[in-house]
Write a protein that binds this ligand. Structure first.
Ligand code: RIB
Ligand code: CA
Length: 311
């Protein structure tokens, strides 16, 4: 079976980094490009981080397209306290050899979609995806599916109502949710079922590879933040769920829903509502509801182990 053509729209981001390294090591996917967006940190940093990760993976064949610096709904906030000031755990990095393209994210996605059907995997705020839809409405005919990490069926992680990717740009999410395309949403209530622990960090260190070392090093401060915030070191793999779903769509149970987002509430701005009634069972929008963490971790370990050991 031919690999799925994929573009990953991302705001790296420590959990973005794990998702990207998983995607690049998975033969089920042909990763054409990383397109960058403001989110965990500013666009300048998310774009540099995309270059760093592709250089680390030895993947100069993958394009880097710079996207939007400001959310459609206006400036909101970043998550540097979670991901570090540089977005990748504040490690020392060499100057990346992978360069960004002169083509911006929106035109890159549109062009690549015209060449052959592709799947968009959005693991940051939806600013680029909404802008793509506004500038090129016909793109829906060549995008096979949009798979996002975002939203929450119950409680958010920035406010009680809002999950970060939606909170940053609710107006963009409203546009994407209304798009005439297949949309699969991996919300917090799903992603919290998928996490790494200290055994997995030790596994990564034991790979004796540059990739394993760097992922373990950037995940350590991410674990410390979670320990301070919620009292455990569970490394929640939010973004990897969107990649995992494209690698193996059967791995994540999904329900048809009507998806709405709050853009105007004083306390509820960025909240997502997934109506699951039987009216929407066959909806083109689905929400992830269940994943088996041990199966996910097994596949993640296998794929990360394929990166070359340090010579
Ligand atoms: O709420 C989790 C999401 O916000 C993830 O995409 C993470 O990278 C942060 O951007
Ligand atoms: Ca992200």
């Amino acid at each position: 079976m031919a690999p799925t053509r994929v573009i990953i729209d991302t705001d790296p981001g420590v959990d973005d980094a794990v998702a990207i390294m998983l995607a690049l090591a998975s033969p089920e996917l042909e990763v054409l490009a990383l397109t960058t967006v403001v989110g965990n940190v500013e666009l300048e940093k998310t774009t540099l981080n995309a270059r760093r990760l592709l250089t680390l993976a030895g993947r100069s064949d993958v394009l880097v397209g710079r996207g939007c610096a400001t959310p459609i709904g206006g400036a909101s906030g970043t998550a540097a306290e979670v991901h570090g000031q540089d977005g990748l755990g504040d490690l020392a990095w060499p100057e990346p050899s992978v360069q960004e393209s002169s083509e911006d994210a929106i035109e890159m996605i549109y062009r690549l979609a015209q060449e052959a059907p592709l799947t968009l995997v959005a693991i940051g705020p939806l600013t680029n995806i909404a802008t793509l839809l506004q500038k090129h409405p016909d793109v829906v005919t060549s995008i096979e599916r949009v798979v996002i990490m975002g939203g929450a069926s119950f409680e958010g992680n920035v406010t009680a109502a809002a999950e970060f990717n939606i909170w940053v740009d609710p107006e963009a999410a409203e546009i994407v949710f209304a798009g005439a395309w297949k949309l699969d949403i991996m919300p917090l209530d799903l992603t919290h079922q998928a996490f790494l622990n200290d055994d997995d960090l030790n596994f990564l260190r034991g790979l004796d590879s540059e990739v394993g070392d760097r992922l373990a090093a950037m995940l350590e401060p991410y674990a410390k933040f979670h320990e301070e915030w919620v009292g455990n070191r569970d490394l929640i793999m939010h973004d990897a769920m969107a990649v995992y779903e494209v690698i193996d769509p059967t791995a994540i149970q999904k329900d048809g829903v009507k998806a709405d987002v709050e853009t105007s509430g004083v306390h509820s701005r960025g909240a997502t509502w997934f109506t699951r009634s039987f009216h929407h069972a066959e909806s083109s929008t689905r929400v992830g509801v269940a994943v088996h963490n041990a199966s996910f971790v097994k596949l993640l370990r296998e794929r990360l182990a394929t990166y070359p050991a340090k010579n």
